[in-house]
Structure formats: C-alpha cells, structure tokens
Design a binder for this molecule. Structure first.
Ligand code: GP9
Ligand code: MN
Length: 630
C-alpha cells in the first residue's frame, strides 16, 4: 500500500497530466465536436476513451532521463493539445476529423490561410490551460523532478493496453464491427477516442499501401465482373445525341440543391439556373458523394465513375495510379481535353493527378491575369474567370472536353460590396448568411459565360453539364439552416436530403428537356455523358449508371455508407421512408449491402492500383459492340 502511495505521489505530475488531458478531451468532445451520447453507456465510453491513450502517451515521457521527464510531460501535453486543436479547426469547417493523408496535404494548408484564421475563436485559448498549469508547477518547483523510476513506465504502458482493451470491448458491444466496417470517423472517435483514432488511421493508411504490393491481375477480373454485371443499357433515343459536339463541364463550387428555385429576402437566389433548368434536363435528386477530398473528390468521382476515398483525398494518396478516366478516353477518341481553374496547379495535387486522368492541358492560375481588383476570397472572381477563359477555349482544337472549376462561392463566402446582388440572410450563422450573395454571384457569372459562349459562336456546338461539387453549408449550421428551411430541426434524414446538389444537362437545340426525379449521384456522370456522346460503356469498369437509362435503378450511395433510393433513406444506422419516418431495418438492408459492395469494389481498384492490369482498348477489340463500330 505504502509503495502504491509513494508511486502515486512521485508520479504526481504524470497523473495530473493524464487527468487533465482526459477531462479536456471530454469537454472538447462535448463543446467543440458536438458529440452526443444516446445513453449512459455511450456517455461513459466518451469519458473514459481518452484515458488509455493519455496513460500510454505520458508513460513514454517517463522513459526519458530523469532531468528531462517533467519537461517531456509538458512537451507531450503540448503535442496532444495541438492534435486536439487542429482537429477542432478542421471539424469546424468539415464536420469531420483529420486523417493522415489530409495532414500531408500541406500545400493545401498554405492556401487555406485566411480560412483557417476565420475558424479560430477567442475562447480557444482555454485549450492550453492544462499546459500552463503543468508548466507553472514545474517552474515554481511545486513538483520535484522524478528520480529512480524502474518498472513504472512499463507497468503504466501495460495498464494503458488493459484500459484500451476494456474500452474497446465496451465499445464493440455498443457498436459491433466498429473497426472492421466503419465508414464513419465520428463513430470511431466517439468509441475509441481521438488519439487512439489517429493510431488506427495510421494503421489503415499503411495497410492501404501494402494492398498495392499484393494486388495482381486476377483482382481486376473480379472487380470487372462485379461492375459489368451492374451495367445498364442507354436510352436509344439519347444515345449519341451529342456526338461530335464540344463538352463543357462546370463544377459549381459549394452549390446545393436547396437554393434552386428558392428565395432569400424575397429574391431569387439562382435566377439564371432556374431559367436554364426549364430548358435543360435537370436531376433534382442528384447527390454529391464526396468526403474529405471535397472538390477533388467530386472531380475524381465524376471522371472515373468510382468513389473517392473515405479519408484524405485520392488525388493526393493515389495521384500516381493508372486510371481509365473521361479525359483520357475522350482524348483517345479525338477530343481535346482540358481543365480551366484559376488556382495553383499543385492544389489538391492536380498537376500530378490530371496527368494520370489523361488531360491534354491544364490552364491553371498562370494562364490567367489575376490582380487585387479582380480577386476575392480564394482568388480570381468567377465572372473574370469565365471571361478570360473564353480566349483559352477558342485557342483549343474542336471538339473539346473542357472542365471549368468555379471558386467564388467558397467558404468563407467573401464578396465585394459591388458584387452583392442580394442581401445576406439574417440568422445566427454568418456562414449561411454570406452564402446567398456568393451563390447569387456565381449564378450571374454562369449567365455571363453562356452569353459569351454565344458571342464566341461556340454555344450551338457544345453541350453543357453543370453540377454542384459538394455541400457548402455543413451540419454546424443546422440551427440557421432549419430557420431558413422553416423546419423545427434538421434531422439526420434532412441532412441526407441536404447532400443533394444540382445536376443540369443542357443540350442547345434539343426540345425534349425536362426535370427528372431519378435518384443518382456524381458517380453517374461518366456513363451518362459517354452515352450522350455515342460511346458504349459496356466494357468499362464503373460504379455509376447512365441517368437516362430506362433500366436505371434510381439509387445513390454516399461515401459514408448512407443510401438513398426512390423509397428509402438509410443513414446513421437508421432506415427511413421518404417521409422521414423511421421504418424497420429490413426495408433498407438490400440497398445498404449493395452500397457496401460498391464502395468496397471501388476501393479495391484504388488501393490495388488495379487499372494497371486493365486494358479497355483490348477489351473493345475482343468484344466490339455495334455502337463503337458504327
Ligand atoms: C481549390 C478549389 C476549392 O482549387 O477547388 O477546393 P475545395 O476546398 O472546395 O475542395
Ligand atoms: Mn469545392
């Protein structure tokens, strides 16, 4: 007993550090990350889950030479605080936790400068209270340096393992298959704690590296069979309708469907798009399927008809893979493929990834004249961007496939006074308030672009595909959002509905345009466009379906495993009917299973770099189909 007592008192600083980090983590879970617990057990898990990593973490500090020990405890406390704080900042924007690949995207973090400052709050200084207390105790010599440690660090580390296993088994009981099938980082953090989650993430990332080494050509056969079994034939009336035309793709930054045909302060938010929709195919139940890779994920999904990764950005982690992407396919078929985006070429690793996707040309920031006057927020204003792009567009051989990536409607949604065409909304969320004027501005920029296309005589020979890249307003603004949408609250069901982004296919001169309620997502764009251009996709490996196909099953799978069909919405382990009422899980099961299968097969291609073993040309030759031959 005496021994234990003396060990405890000798390790006073250690235990204090462990205790304070545990408390701090718990407070942050509640206040910073808004993690809620449905029952007492979950609450208990939340309280204890930082403990095992804290015990382990500070035990490492004890392994240093005795003079250094106290200092290392403070140093480790600072490291843990930084990890928590970076996660907090990241969470405030993305409602998500950091992953290793995201951390290595430092070239992005440089550009994020202004946004990051906007995410900091004055109260954040409280996060260093425990570090200050520990430092003060050492400086004022209230705690002596710890001498004569023998087995303590080892004992404490074993204790950490025991604590972790106990934590894990309680968590597994509460949430079966937590580690094996989780697509949801919040669940992980909730159950095993933030620091343990980072260790787990590191393990997953290294595992995905190993998968490439062990993959071989037989893997692609299995994935190919899976994907091709899901192939759907195109609508014969629309197949090839855009053959020989140029394609203009427009990625509409942060645009969500909830603003379409809606008003703010009595004024239309997207008057031009609302008109355009009347004269276009408009998909009103179209979902973004992105995760942490945001714009880059949307680009990846749209052009590969595969899912992005559940963590980080596939543009970064697998930029060197082989792909069978739209730009390359269309370029091979005689179209000139290019991207226009007035940002640094290395942002999202685009310069590397665009080569892998087979682009002929990337017009990055160096192709544009960017000045103080024509910039706001993230860079060149959309109106100027489109205006300057017209010359670049005309310099290209036709037919071209060109993607425009807009930028002005990006968080934190800054806009010059003279560009504000509607007033801000009035709610407790500055972010949502500012969103409307920047959306309105982007709408105007697209309108100008359409006029310029007509003036440049390019309009009639071009088909246009416009889509929202991902959400702009995260769940952190639910209160303001519920006020705007005139709802009591935003439920998980509503959150899924809010992941809808506009998808417009505009074919000049076509008179059968209409609004279509088929459920779909970004993953469906590639086969849809390929068929409009008159190319069969029967031999392609893809996970989307032509949105116009009469056989389309009307379903979307989100990256976190949520699934939407005509009849159900599955999210957060709950099955809903289309009125948002909870229904029995069985109704969702087959779709959930299909969703998991899609995600897993798509992931296998990326992790194994399986397109190394796939030659679509060869396939075309062995199995020629009539459309291609024609
Ligand atoms: C950056 C732009 C915005 O070039 O695509 O990226 P986001 O933050 O939306 O992913
Ligand atoms: Mn974006």
């Amino acid at each position: 007993m005496e021994k234990v007592k003396s060990a405890l008192s000798r390790l006073k600083l250690y235990w204090l550090a462990v205790f304070m980090l545990t408390i701090k983590s718990y407070i942050l879970y509640k206040v910073g990350f808004n993690i809620s617990a449905d029952n007492m057990l979950q609450e208990f898990i939340l309280i204890i889950n930082p403990l095992s990593s804290a015990v382990l973490f500070f035990a490492i500090a004890l392994m240093f030479k005795h003079r250094l020990r106290n200092i290392m405890i403070v140093a480790f406390s600072i490291i843990a605080t930084l990890v928590l704080y970076f996660n907090l900042l990241y969470y405030r924007f993305f409602t998500d936790f950091l992953t290793l690949p995201v951390l290595f995207q430092t070239s992005n973090l440089n550009d994020l400068g202004t946004s990051i400052v906007g995410l900091m709050h004055l109260g954040d200084v409280l996060i260093i209270v425990d570090v200050l207390i520990l430092t003060l105790l050492i400086v004022t010599k209230r705690v002596p340096a710890v001498h004569r440690l023998k087995r303590e660090p080892v004992i404490l580390m074993s204790l950490a393992v025991v604590l972790f296993l106990a934590n894990l088994s309680i968590a597994q009981a509460e949430r079966p298959q937590l580690l094996s099938r989780s697509f949801d980082r919040e669940l992980l953090v909730k159950n095993i704690g933030l620091l343990n989650y980072h260790v787990y993430d590191g393990y997953i990332q290294s595992q995905s590296r190993a998968q490439r080494v062990f993959a071989d050509s037989s893997d692609i056969v299995e994935v190919k069979n899976y994907a091709q079994a899901n192939h759907k034939e195109p609508d014969p009336e629309l197949f090839g309708i855009a053959e020989g035309k140029n394609v203009v793709m427009i990625s509409l930054e942060s645009l969500q469907t909830f603003v379409i045909n809606n008003t703010v302060n009595g004024e239309e938010v997207t008057p031009f798009l609302n008109d355009l929709i009347e004269d276009s195919y408009y998909f009103e139940n179209f979902y973004h399927q992105t995760a942490q890779g945001k714009t880059s994920d949307s680009e990846f999904i749209v052009e590969n008809s595969m899912f992005g990764r559940d963590s980080g950005s596939v543009f970064f982690t697998h930029g060197g893979n082989e792909y069978n992407a739209l730009p390359e396919i269309l370029s091979d078929k005689g179209m000139y493929s290019s991207v226009m985006h007035a940002n640094n070429k290395s942002f999202w690793n685009r310069d590397i990834m665009y080569q892998s996707l087979g682009y002929d040309q990337f017009f990055d920031i160096n192709s544009y004249e960017v000045t103080e006057e024509n910039s706001v927020g993230w860079g060149l204003k959309d109106v100027d961007f489109f205006e300057q792009s017209i010359d670049l567009l005309q310099s290209q051989p036709q037919p071209f496939y060109t993607k425009f990536i807009t930028l002005t409607n990006h968080f934190p949604f800054e806009l010059d006074e003279e560009d504000k065409m509607v007033d801000e909304y009035d709610s407790n969320s500055g972010t949502l308030n500012r969103f409307f004027p920047t959306v309105r501005y982007m709408d105007h920029a697209v309108e100008r672009f359409f006029e310029e296309m007509k003036e440049a005589d390019l309009y009639d020979d071009t088909i246009f595909i416009l889509y929202g890249d991902h959400y702009g307003i995260s769940e952190n603004h639910n209160k303001a959002m519920s006020m705007y949408l005139d709802k009591d609250e935003i439920t998980p069901f509503d959150t899924v509905q809010l992941q809808r982004v506009p998808m417009i296919v505009h074919i000049p001169g076509h008179d059968k345009h209409k609004t279509i309620d088929t459920v779909g997502g970004q993953i469906d764009v590639k086969p849809t466009l390929m068929h409009l251009l008159g190319h069969s996709t029967r031999n392609d490996i893809q996970f989307g379906t032509d949105l116009f196909s009469p056989e389309n099953e009307s379903m979307a799978v989100l990256r976190n495993g949520s699934v939407i069909t005509d009849d159900i919405v599955y999210t957060n382990n709950t099955c809903y009917n289309k009125d948002g009422e909870e229904i029995e899980a069985e109704a969702c099961e087959p779709y959930v299973e299909k969703g998991i299968q899609d995600l897993e097969h798509s992931d296998r291609i990326i992790y194994g770099d399986l397109f190394r073993f796939f030659d679509s040309q060869e396939d075309d030759e062995t199995e020629p189909d009539e459309e291609d031959a024609a």
